[in-house]
Design a protein around this ligand. Structure first.
Ligand SMILES: Cc1cc2nc3c(=O)[nH]c(=O)nc-3n(C[C@H](O)[C@H](O)[C@H](O)COP(=O)(O)OP(=O)(O)OC[C@H]3O[C@@H](n4cnc5c(N)ncnc54)[C@H](O)[C@@H]3O)c2cc1C
Length: 400
């Protein structure tokens, strides 16, 4: 049986996240857009709320404890809770949500693949995720940062760029190769504490949007971390594991990014619809399209798109929580969320004219903010390649 109603627990998460977004994010939204690189002190007291309340992003292990028959039964686990919470938080502010301690993309990576011991050590830390390098973006399998084992430690060397929360975070999940000759199979992820010697933030980007969240370049020079900071198993099976393991993190981070795009787009949509209603427009549901005036058609189409994005995201998250392989669905939800999020926010600016373009309101900001969700964690084009490969059963070599 299919049931699209939110359970009381999911409803509580949604309402709680919305309340935080409305009362804590919206009032300071413009301030931190204008004061880029200023740390939003207002967010610090909220840190516990996001990790403890909004879906408990570190709770995979706990989910299983609560629900030992998990594999056989339908589960609404931490991924679904997180995407529902994220939509609401991003409705408040995309940048502030990312800057909220504990809500970094690295947190989702840790949640996806950490051992119970690592979850214990790092589950409550604010974690950024560093994959991109000066010579490696979309083709993340070509990274050149290295991790060499030396006794009981790993020694990390390399440079990462465009690390979201790279300055404010406590730890960084760093992708590095342990064996260049093994190609992608040699890539693993490592948790590097920011205060380790040899880990240096070298640059902060000035950006179009999400200006409340810092984006940093980080250099690792003979940076030593304990042996058990390798994320996931410390066993090195370069020929069979490695890349597949690190790619698995995207199965939960991509629906999350889609959910963030959805939240921002919904904010712009709701604002636009309200302004138009206040101006006397009426939106007639149930009429055939040719009977609608142009503005009605736009509003109703955008509303339908928002619903479609939500369903895709929640399916991808639900699959993850129920142990199903969801790489294609995760990419679908991010591709649709990223593209339509950008399109809807742009349409809202257009529909509102001067109100859309003025900095007095937040619509122009939502348009700037939303664009990033179509870029990071794999661009629109890369998601489409992954989806096409999945549907057509092509290998990466056959379709690139
Ligand atoms: C604000 C911001 C925050 C970011 N945060 C993070 C972060 O936290 N961690 C992190 O690791 N990275 C982060 N990134 C980096 C981001 O993930 C990369 O920018 C993205 O993966 C694209 O890589 P690239 O910039 O090297 O572009 P390229 O890979 O050079 O791509 C350039 C263009 O070519 C297209 N393209 C590339 N390959 C193909 C192909 N095979 N077929 C068709 N089109 C293709 C791309 O879609 C894109 O449009 C961030 C970036 C920004 C701007």
């Amino acid at each position: 049986m299919i049931d699209f109603e939110l359970t009381p627990q999911l409803r509580m998460i949604k309402d709680g996240a919305h309340a935080i977004a409305e009362s804590s994010f919206r009032p300071i939204s413009r301030k931190y857009d204008e004061e880029e690189h200023t740390v939003a002190e207002e967010l610090k007291p909220l840190a516990g709320l996001i990790t403890g309340g909004m879906g408990d992003m570190t709770s995979k292990k706990k989910d299983k404890k609560k629900d030992p028959g998990a594999k056989k039964e339908n589960r609404n686990g931490s991924t679904l809770l997180s995407v529902i919470g994220a939509e609401e938080m991003a409705w408040g502010d995309n940048g502030l949500m990312l800057a909220m301690p504990g809500s970094g993309l690295g947190n989702f990576a840790i949640q996806a693949v950490a051992t119970p011991e690592q979850l214990e050590r790092f589950g409550s830390k604010f974690a950024a995720m560093a994959i991109t390098e000066p010579n490696s973006g979309s083709d993340s399998g070509s990274i050149s940062t290295t991790a060499k084992q030396d006794g009981d430690e790993w020694v990390i060397n390399g440079e990462k760029i465009f690390v979201t929360d790279g300055n404010q975070c406590d730890v960084i999940v760093v992708w590095a190769t342990i064996d260049k000759a093994a190609g992608k199979a040699g890539i693993k992820s490592f948790i590097v504490e920011k205060d380790r010697a040899g880990c240096t933030v070298t640059k902060l980007e000035h950006k179009l949007g999400i200006r409340a969240s810092d984006t940093a370049s980080v250099v690792f020079e003979d940076c030593r971390i304990p042996k058990n900071n390798i994320l996931g198993s410390s066993e090195i099976k370069t020929k069979t594991e490695g890349f597949k393991g690190v790619m698995k993190t995207f199965d939960s981070t991509r629906p999350m990014v889609g959910a963030i795009a959805l939240g921002v787009a919904r904010a712009a949509f709701e604002f636009t619809k309200k302004i138009l209603e206040d101006e006397g427009y009426q939106f007639r549901y149930g009429l055939s399209k040719h009977k609608l005036v142009a503005v009605e058609k736009e509003i109703l189409t955008m509303e339908a798109e928002l619903e479609a994005i939500r369903l895709l995201i929640q399916r991808a998250a639900w699959m993850s929580d129920n142990g199903m392989h969801n790489a294609v669905e995760a990419s679908m939800s991010k591709a649709k969320g990223g593209r339509m999020g950008s399109e809807i926010t742009r349409r809202c600016v257009a529909l509102l004219g001067p109100i859309g373009y003025s900095r007095e309101w937040l619509v122009e900001k939502w348009m700037r903010d939303c664009k990033i969700n179509d870029i990071y964690e794999g661009t629109q084009q890369i998601q489409q390649l992954i989806i096409a490969r999945g549907i057509l059963d092509y290998s990466k070599k056959e379709l690139q």
